[in-house]
Design a protein. Structure first.
Length: 155
């Protein structure tokens, strides 16, 4: 039933996961620079970036998960492809969990900070956010790699 939509779902999943993983990699690569910034620079930069990501990331991650589910439903007779797709979907769920449990609460706190008067522990909170983003990025890259492997297996 879902097989005719599988190629579209795979392309959509790959596209969305590539964007999610790429955004995460970009942030991770810039963490060294961001750690060196004073609060007066870091806070407004993080606030602006997170406002943009709050609009962009939920639809991308949701589409990636739905596309992966659609792909999984179409590979019933191909167990290796099904398991790779299933593993990719689980990784996307981990991305969502890290986002909702760690990053969203921290982002909400950071949105309330004043750049000229951050909390005393702002560096600790910034570093916690960065570590969770690093974890989320590794898992998103793994989800992408699993879906790429699924495509390669079907080629």
């Amino acid at each position: 039933m879902f097989a005719p939509f599988a190629p579209f779902a795979v392309c959509l999943g790959l596209f969305c996961l590539a964007l999610v993983a790429g955004i995460g990699v970009e942030i991770t690569l810039n963490n060294g620079v961001l750690r060196a910034l004073p609060a007066t620079t870091f806070v407004p930069l993080h606030q602006r970036r997170e406002r943009a990501h709050a609009r962009l990331m939920p639809p991308l991650v949701t589409l990636a998960l739905l596309a992966t589910l659609g792909v999984a439903l179409s590979w019933g007779e191909q167990p290796a492809r099904l398991w790779l797709t299933f593993a990719s979907g689980l990784a996307i769920l981990v991305v969502i969990a890290v986002t909702l449990v760690v990053e969203v609460p921290l982002n909400r706190r950071i949105q309330r900070w004043r750049p000229d008067a951050p909390p005393d522990n702002w560096r600790t909170l910034r570093d916690r956010w960065m570590r969770s983003n690093d974890l989320r990025t590794v898992v998103a890259v793994a989800a992408l790699a699993l879906l790429v492997a699924e495509v390669a297996l079907g080629a």
